[in-house]
Design a protein around this ligand. Structure first.
Ligand SMILES: [Zn+2]
Length: 331
C-alpha cells in the first residue's frame, strides 16, 4: 500500500488558530528537492463538529478562495465550538496558473477523486483530501464558480442521492442554510471523480456552489460566499445563533434537457440575460460562422421552460461547449 507523500505542518487537534502548509514533494528541473506548499488554516476551540471548507478545486474560480482567505484571517477561535479546516487553494498549481486544471500534469482535480497516493501531483492532492481531511469532517463546503468559460447565477447546490434519502435531506438542509440567492438541486453531467461524490459516499454533509464566473469575482458574489460559509457554521452549531434566512430562488435540474450544447463553432450572440425566464422553444443564442458574412447564424433554443441559470462566457464558442443551463423554478 503506497503512502501519500504529503505532510501537514499543523496539528489538527490543537486549539487556537494555525496557518501552515500541506507540503507535497515535487522534484523537478528548477528545484531538485522542491515541494509544492498548499496553504491550510485550522481554527479550533474545544469539542464540536468539524467543517472542511475548500476553494480552488478549479484554479480559475475565485469566490471560494477569496472568501476562505478572508475567513482564515478573521474567524476567531473564541467565536466557535469545534473545528474549521480551510483549504482555500486546494489545487494550488492550478490556482497559481490561473487555470481550471493543473499546469503540471493537466489534472482536473474534481475528476480525480478519490485520487492515488502514488499517482500524479493532482492525484496525490485528491488522495490526501480523501484519506486525511474528509474523515475529520462532519460537513464539507466546496466552493465553485463558473471559471473563465462559464457564468452562473449565484447558487448553492446539493445533489439527489436516491441511494441515501436521509443524507440527501441533511445535504439539502445545509445547502438551504448556505442561503445563496439561488438554491439548486443539481444534476451532474459527469459525477465520477468529483469530491462531491466521494464525500457523499462517505455519508458526509456536502454543499457545493456555483457563484458567478468569467474568471473573476464581483463584490456581490464574494459577499454571498462569505455569508454562506458563516451560515453553514451556524447551521451545524460551530458558530452560535440561528441562520438569518433571506429569500432564495429554488431551482431544480431534473434531467439532461437542462443543458443546451453547441454543435457549432463560431461567434456567440446571447438573446437572453443570465437569470431570465424562458419558455421551451425560445431562442437562447445565435452562433455565427467565423469564415463568411451573409450567412444566417445557427439558432439554439431552450428545450424546456425555466430560468437561465448558467451560460457560456467567452464570445467565441466551440462545438461541444455548454451554451446555457436552463433550470426549473420550484417556487
Ligand atoms: Zn469548479
Amino acid at each position: 500500500m503506497a503512502i501519500n507523500p504529503i505532510s501537514c505542518s499543523l496539528d489538527f487537534d490543537q486549539d487556537g488558530v494555525q496557518h501552515g502548509h500541506l507540503k507535497l514533494p515535487y522534484s523537478r528541473d528548477d528545484s531538485a528537492w522542491g515541494a509544492i506548499l498548499i496553504p491550510i488554516t485550522v481554527i479550533k476551540n474545544g469539542d464540536g463538529p468539524t467543517a472542511l471548507f475548500t476553494g480552488g478545486n478549479h484554479g480559475d474560480e475565485y469566490e471560494g478562495p477569496v472568501a476562505l482567505l478572508d475567513m482564515a484571517l478573521n474567524l476567531e477561535p473564541s467565536e466557535i465550538s469545534g473545528r474549521v479546516i480551510l483549504l482555500p487553494m486546494m489545487n494550488y498549481p492550478a490556482v497559481r496558473g490561473g487555470r481550471r486544471t493543473s499546469p503540471i500534469d493537466g489534472g482536473n482535480l474534481n475528476r480525480l477523486f478519490p485520487g492515488k497516493p502514488d499517482g500524479t501531483i493532482t492525484q496525490k492532492i485528491a488522495d490526501y483530501v480523501t484519506t486525511t481531511l474528509l474523515p475529520l469532517a462532519d460537513v464539507i463546503a466546496d466552493l465553485h464558480s463558473g471559471g473563465k468559460t462559464l457564468e452562473f447565477v449565484p447558487y448553492a447546490a446539493s445533489h439527489r442521492l436516491p441511494q441515501d434519502p436521509a443524507l440527501e435531506a441533511r445535504c439539502t438542509a445545509a445547502m438551504q442554510a448556505f442561503n445563496a440567492p439561488y438554491s439548486m438541486i443539481m444534476l451532474e453531467l459527469d459525477a465520477v471523480g468529483m469530491l462531491d461524490t466521494e464525500a457523499e459516499a462517505r455519508g458526509k454533509i456536502f454543499v457545493t456552489t456555483e457563484l458567478g464566473g468569467g474568471g473573476s469575482t464581483t463584490p456581490q458574489t464574494v459577499a454571498v460566499a462569505k455569508r454562506g460559509l458563516r451560515n453553514i457554521l451556524q447551521h451545524v452549531g460551530i458558530l452560535p445563533g440561528k441562520v438569518a434566512m433571506k429569500e432564495s430562488f429554488q431551482l431544480d435540474m431534473p434531467d439532461e434537457r437542462c443543458f443546451v450544447t453547441s454543435e457549432h463553432a463560431g461567434m456567440l450572440e446571447f438573446m437572453v440575460e443570465l437569470g431570465a425566464s424562458v419558455r421551451e422553444g425560445d431562442i437562447i443564442a445565435r452562433v455565427y460562422d467565423l469564415d463568411r458574412s451573409g450567412w444566417r447564424p445557427v439558432e439554439y433554443t431552450a428545450y424546456r421552460d425555466g430560468v437561465v441559470a448558467g451560460r457560456h462566457y467567452p464570445g467565441l464558442v466551440q462545438s461541444g461547449d455548454t451554451l446555457a443551463v436552463i433550470a426549473v423554478p420550484q417556487n
